[in-house]
Ligand binder design. Structure first.
Ligand SMILES: [Zn+2]
Length: 196
């Protein structure tokens, strides 16, 4: 298998460079610039590392922001669905956050009912408040469930934001940039071809 060489010019100093047709990166043997090889339909150009780096940093920032917005939107939608399922609906169809008020009210009503009923049906009626206690326990449970879910939602939002800020602020180079920084010179290419 023979590898075709092509002649290009350094994007920084203009020196002629002969590189394999498949090479993506090259280091100029005259000015030592790290170059990314851009092949277009009729022309091949090289771009200096610093320009590429700036553009990639910009791209990475935009990407991080995009991922951040997406994740946050998804988490918000997830929370809205969960919130809807945890809210309580009154008889007019209005939704509201669960509160222990309803349970407390039920307990008071059943205690009053119990005292009234004792007069009519005897001490057995004192068991009525058990229903009220049950209603109170249920409403406390519901409220706690809602609060726990809401807390988790806030934590998830913080995590997503934290990941975004880290991605935005860290300057570790992508694999692409590492390849670019360690690009061989035309001599390296030729030596590699001779070896194989
Ligand atoms: Zn050069």
């Amino acid at each position: 298998m023979s590898i075709q060489l092509e002649s290009i010019n350094c994007g920084n100093c203009g020196a002629p460079l002969r590189i394999p047709e498949t090479a993506q990166f090259v280091t100029c043997n005259h000015c030592k610039s790290s170059l990314a090889v851009k092949r277009m339909e009729s022309i091949t150009l090289t771009e200096k590392l610093t320009e590429t780096t700036e553009r990639l940093d910009e791209t990475e920032k935009k990407l991080a922001e995009l991922v951040y917005r997406n994740e946050l939107n998804e988490e918000t939608r997830r929370w809205e669905r969960q919130r809807d399922s945890l809210m309580v609906t009154d008889k007019h169809g209005n939704k509201s956050k669960p509160s222990v008020l309803a349970g407390g009210f039920a307990l008071i009503v059943t205690i009053i009912m119990a005292f009234m009923a004792v007069v009519m049906i005897g001490p057995f009626a004192l068991l009525f408040p058990l229903l009220g206690i049950f209603a109170l326990v249920m409403s406390i449970k519901k409220q706690q469930e809602y609060q726990t879910a809401h807390r988790r939602h806030k934590i998830r939002r913080q995590e997503i934001t934290g990941r975004y800020i880290e991605a935005r602020d860290n300057n570790t180079h992508s694999d692409y940039l590492k390849q670019l920084e360690n690009a061989p010179t035309p001599e390296d290419f030729l030596r590699d071809l001779g070896d194989s």
